[in-house]
Design a protein around this ligand. Structure first.
Ligand code: AHG
Ligand code: MN
Ligand code: MN
Length: 280
């Protein structure tokens, strides 16, 4: 596992350089979710593929930018699903972006996840690696230094509601409004990495990306966005559900499957569970 952690750190340093200098013109290709890929997305994907290829314990990788899984080492035991550049449409306006890694043992699937990691490329480069605990690291002078363990409070103050409001279910809107009525503040950049990172570091709150009329299965991808953050939130003492069930109890049938998702501290997730349990 340490070799994987070290490889991810190398990818973060290389991706930071790519973000800093790259002309980020759009390429002509579309990824599996039908989005036009940025050259930068593709470049980050290749950086990660290259670094993970050097780690013999990695059996197979799956990426947001690849249609299919890629076998690396037949004798490896780890399966890594990653989003090389999350929030890539925010690079040109200079907002924070990230990379997300789900580390699975034996096969892809929430029940097989053994560790998870994300990197935030903001004014500083930070990395969170979760196994039994969620630990924060900061890039300083070319090395990641341990900063602290991340623990969520029982209740937070931030509300990050994703998706197009026009397409929300009325009960979802009511629930989001109920948090604002209670004094929660809106914090939503459109990049799940910085948005979820902010909630983790500010002690708690709610990030939601619900089922909507145009996206009944939500937008965010299970293997490389939803499960990795569910794992981090649970390790930090929070919870992660799809409305009714724990995200980490869900299956998947395709590497690009999506799911509605809610991440937060215990107080907010209890409210989501209550509201969603009353729906058919
Ligand atoms: P990606 O750039 O990898 O496609 O992911 C973007 C995701 C996620 O970071 C963010 O939370 C969500 O898209 C925002 O979607 P909306 O603009 O629909 O809220
Ligand atoms: Mn993404
Ligand atoms: Mn992406």
């Amino acid at each position: 596992m340490n070799d994987i952690f070290e490889a991810i750190q190398k990818t973060a340093i290389r991706i930071k350089d790519a973000i800093d200098v790259k002309d980020i013109g759009y390429s002509q290709q579309e990824n599996s979710s039908g989005e036009t890929q940025l050259q930068l997305d593709l470049q980050c994907d290749l950086i990660i593929e290259e670094e993970l290829s050097k780690v013999s314990s990695v059996h197979t990788i799956a990426s947001e930018e690849k249609d299919k899984e890629l076998l690396l080492h037949n004798d490896g035991e780890y399966f890594i699903a990653y989003d090389p550049l999350d929030g890539s449409s925010l690079v040109d306006v200079n907002l924070s972006v990230g990379s997300i890694f789900g580390i699975y043992k034996g096969a892809f699937g929430a029940q097989n996840m053994v560790a998870s990691c994300y990197v935030v490329f903001g004014p500083r480069v930070e990395l969170v690696f979760a196994q039994d605990k969620a630990k924060l690291y900061l890039l300083q002078a070319g090395e990641f230094e341990f900063v602290k363990e991340i623990r969520l409070n029982e209740k937070g103050k931030l509300n990050a509601p994703g998706g197009t409001q026009q397409n929300w279910e009325p009960y979802h809107k009511e629930m989001v409004d109920s948090f604002f009525a209670e004094g929660y503040r809106l914090r939503y950049s459109g990049g799940m990495v910085p948005d979820l990172h902010q909630i983790l570091l500010k002690g708690g709150g709610l990030f939601s990306y619900p089922a909507t009329s145009d996206k009944p299965e939500g937008k965010l991808r299970r293997l490389f966005e939803v499960f990795p953050f569910a794992f981090v939130y649970e390790a930090a003492g929070g919870e992660a559900i799809n409305g009714k069930e724990n995200l980490m109890s869900l299956g998947h049938s395709h590497i690009h499957d999506t799911s509605p998702c809610f991440f937060g501290s215990k107080y907010e997730i209890a409210r989501v569970r209550d509201v969603y349990s009353k729906q058919g």
